[in-house]
Ligand binder design. Structure first.
Ligand code: NDP
Length: 307
């Protein structure tokens, strides 16, 4: 029987975190700040070494080494396939993870691959939940993410004290893959809002309306969204376009949402069109562009800058 305890935000559960990217790193920082016994692994090792030196976490040389002895193994990689590929081989997670551990995948993943990962883990006596997050890098830095979970509710209950280190709102959504599906649909909303706002505001600019004036009205009206209230004022009108969430990842998310619609036989022309436009933008703007930079593509097509 594993021994761990929780009180408030503190838990003694031995935790491994794999994937110190834009959002993974601040999430892992929250775990370190909550004084969890923490081991980290990252594909590019120096990032994990730096993190370990700064926080006192243990730096594991391989995924197997990270998983060994951990009660909770958390991954946060670009795609579910990246997570799946980390399972096998002498240095893979399955070579180290112990029976009875819980595997929490915080990747914004796809339901089908999550189910395959869950099956592989179950064969080794390890439980799995998909637990993608929302709230962005800013939310992660405040340890206040929303976490949407698919899988056995009892497993969520067991790991909840760990997730509370970086999550403020933790919601059980359904079976394995349900967290992924909710996350993908949320991000499909985000993607469609960005495109619709860019097209609409570009047209208004060409009519001679200031985008500041237009957003002032829209943000007091029924068309407002996080995109119109925050992203456009802070990132587009200022031309700042900070790189916090890669366009390539949002393209992946909208593709997952369109796939969920196909699987459930819901006609979804808006989701499919949005997925297609994001795929074109990914080709034009590249792998490191931020998601909001798709506005530049719309501006180019329109021949007008939203500023
Ligand atoms: P990044 O691209 O910034 O980081 C990706 C991380 O995964 C890095 O640690 C990278 O390692 C590692 N990685 C990439 N490919 C592989 C691989 N094949 N094998 C092992 N490790 C790999 O992504 P984010 O941190 O932004 O996103 C991670 C997940 O979180 C994604 O699913 C994304 O959709 C989701 N998300 C991101 C948000 C954001 O605001 N950024 C918000 C909400 C969800 P290395 O250092 O070697 O490159």
């Amino acid at each position: 029987m594993r021994e761990s305890y929780s009180s408030g935000n503190f838990t003694g559960m031995k935790t491994a975190f794999l994937g110190l990217g834009a959002i993974g790193r601040p999430m892992a920082s929250c775990l370190a700040a909550a004084k969890l016994p923490l081991t980290v692994w990252n594909r590019t090792a120096f990032r994990a070494a730096e993190f370990a030196e700064k926080t006192g976490a243990r730096h594991a040389a391989t995924p197997a080494d990270a998983a060994r002895g951990a009660e909770v193994v958390i991954t946060c990689l670009p795609t579910s396939s990246d997570v799946y590929e980390l399972l096998d081989g002498p240095e893979g997670i399955l070579a180290g993870i112990e029976r009875g551990a819980a595997f929490v995948d915080c990747t914004s993943g796809d339901p089908a691959t999550s189910r395959r990962i869950a099956e592989r883990l179950a064969a080794q006596g390890v439980s799995f939940i998909d637990a993608p997050v929302s709230g962005g890098v800013a939310g992660a830095e405040k340890c206040a993410l929303t976490i949407m979970v698919g899988g056995d509710a009892a497993v969520l209950d067991r790991v909840r004290p760990v997730l509370e280190a970086f999550g403020k709102k933790i919601v059980h959504c359904g079976e394995i893959g349900a967290g992924d599906a909710v996350k993908a649909v949320n991000n499909a909303f985000l993607a469609t809002h960005i495109l619709a706002a860019a097209e609409g505001l570009a047209a208004l600019v060409k009519m001679g309306v200031s985008p500041n004036v237009a957003l002032d009205v829209i943000n007091a009206s029924s068309g407002r969204s996080n995109t119109s209230m925050n992203l456009f004022p802070e990132r587009v009108l200022t031309r700042a376009f900070p790189r916090t969430f890669r366009l390539a990842l949002l393209e992946k998310d909208v593709g997952i949402a369109a796939e969920v619609a196909r699987e459930t036989r819901v006609p979804a022309p808006i989701l499919q069109l949005t997925a297609d436009l994001f795929r074109i933008a990914r080709g034009e703007l590249g792998e490191v562009a931020d998601h909001v930079e798709i506005v530049k593509m719309v501006e180019q097509w329109a021949g007008a800058e939203i500023a």
